[in-house]
Write a protein that binds this ligand. Structure first.
Ligand code: MG
Length: 390
């Protein structure tokens, strides 16, 4: 099936372009090029060793930031195609959306944000943008990956007012402007935001059960899961045994995902039909159009609340994350007090940064870029303590 771009989609032939102009590619569109640049980046490879919920060493089968990003991209592309949106742009944004995540997931980000409070804080969406704009050093003539405006717009999915003003001062009318003007991003960007949530709630159910931290019976308190478990059991009575519980879970998750995907497609198609945006600029001036139906939004929120209370705040996860936060805080304190403790060329790069705030930002960039195991290794090298197995 050839994908047809709708009028309201982002069209690579009408991109707002790149900061540093490039000559056209003979075979690829601008959004395909963005995706390729992201896949070849060092930050993308490091996603393999960064925590989603479970620290990498806890098991080989749990999601990492890399497999999470691939699942987000898969869901995003499939919905993009049925809505006539740019699949290539959706794929690029989805693959890049978590590039700015610290080691140890949200716990690492909270710790680093705390450490950086006096120097502008730390926010992973802005860091993902910083990663593709500044921190990748792969091109002779400029820093960053030099991505198109539309990919960068999608990567910056949230932004505080203060950070938006900071961005606007450096790039007037750029990716920070919409947060100051109360405008929306493209439908492709809106879609990536929604499929991120669909992907993690589904795979965290899977990983949560696999880890033994949540039980299938507990999930029957969640309406979205309950209705599919009971339908699967009635379609396949032989799956209702302990031995077959994994197949029961997989089939339940598969159906849950399908129901959410069809709901987004139908609800969004209807919203687009009512608003009739004639192009992507019209989309930016409208309320969000990519969304769940009211009922599915409630079901999804209930599932997310369940995961928050029963998985993300599970005492075993919390213990690991307390240790992880200590690793981040202590690394920041050690590097901050003595830049000579930074490995090799990093020390020179931090010393070369002008102000104290810039030096602290360079240290935060270094820590944010670490994989879980590199952070643990550095922490052990500097303190002699092994807080988590690696
Ligand atoms: Mg994500």
């Amino acid at each position: 099936m050839k994908s047809e771009l709708a009028a309201y989609a982002c069209n690579p032939d009408r991109t707002r372009g790149r900061r540093y102009p490039v000559s056209p590619d003979p075979t690829r569109s601008d959004y395909q090029r963005d995706r390729d640049r992201i896949v070849h980046s060092s930050a993308f490879r490091r996603l393999e060793y960064k925590t989603q919920v479970f620290v990498n060493h806890e098991g080989d089968l749990f999601r990492t930031r890399l497999t999470h990003s691939l699942e987000v991209a898969q869901l995003g592309r499939s919905i993009a195609r049925s809505l006539g949106l740019s699949e290539d742009l959706v794929e690029a944004i989805c693959l890049a959306h978590d590039l700015g995540h610290t080691p140890f997931g949200h716990a690492g980000q909270e710790a680093l944000n705390d450490c950086m409070r006096e120097w502008g804080g730390f926010e992973h969406n802005l860091q993902s943008l910083r990663m593709v704009d500044v921190l990748e050093h792969r091109y002779p003539a400029h820093d960053g990956l030099n991505l198109t405006f539309e990919t960068r717009e999608g990567i910056l999915k949230h932004c505080s007012r203060r950070n938006a003003e900071w961005l606007e001062a450096r790039e007037p009318g750029g990716v920070g402007a919409r947060f100051l003007l109360g405008r929306q991003p493209s439908l492709e960007a809106q879609l990536c935001n929604l499929v991120d949530a669909i992907a993690y709630s589904a795979h965290d159910v899977d990983d949560g059960v696999r880890s033994g931290l949540i039980r299938l019976e507990q999930l029957e308190d969640v309406a979205l899961v309950r209705r599919h478990i009971s339908r699967v059991k009635s379609d396949y009575p032989m799956l209702a045994t302990e031995h077959e519980s994994r197949r029961l879970l997989y089939e339940t998750i598969r159906r849950m995902l399908s129901e959410q995907v069809y709901d987004v497609v139908d609800t969004t198609r209807a919203a687009i039909g009512r608003a009739r945006p004639e192009d992507v600029d019209a989309v930016r001036g409208l309320p969000p159009l990519v969304c769940f139906s009211v009922g599915m939004q409630a079901d999804t929120t209930q599932l997310q609340q369940f995961l928050l209370h029963d998985l993300y705040r599970h005492p075993r996860v919390a213990r690991t994350m307390d240790a992880a936060q200590r690793v981040v805080r202590e690394l920041f304190a050690i590097y901050g007090a003595d830049h000579g403790q930074l490995p090799g060329s990093r020390a020179a790069r931090v010393r070369a940064a002008g102000s104290l705030a810039q030096r602290m930002r360079a240290i935060a960039d270094f820590i944010a870029g670490m994989t879980d195991r590199f952070a643990l290794h550095e922490h052990e090298r500097l303190t002699g303590q092994r807080l988590l197995a690696r």
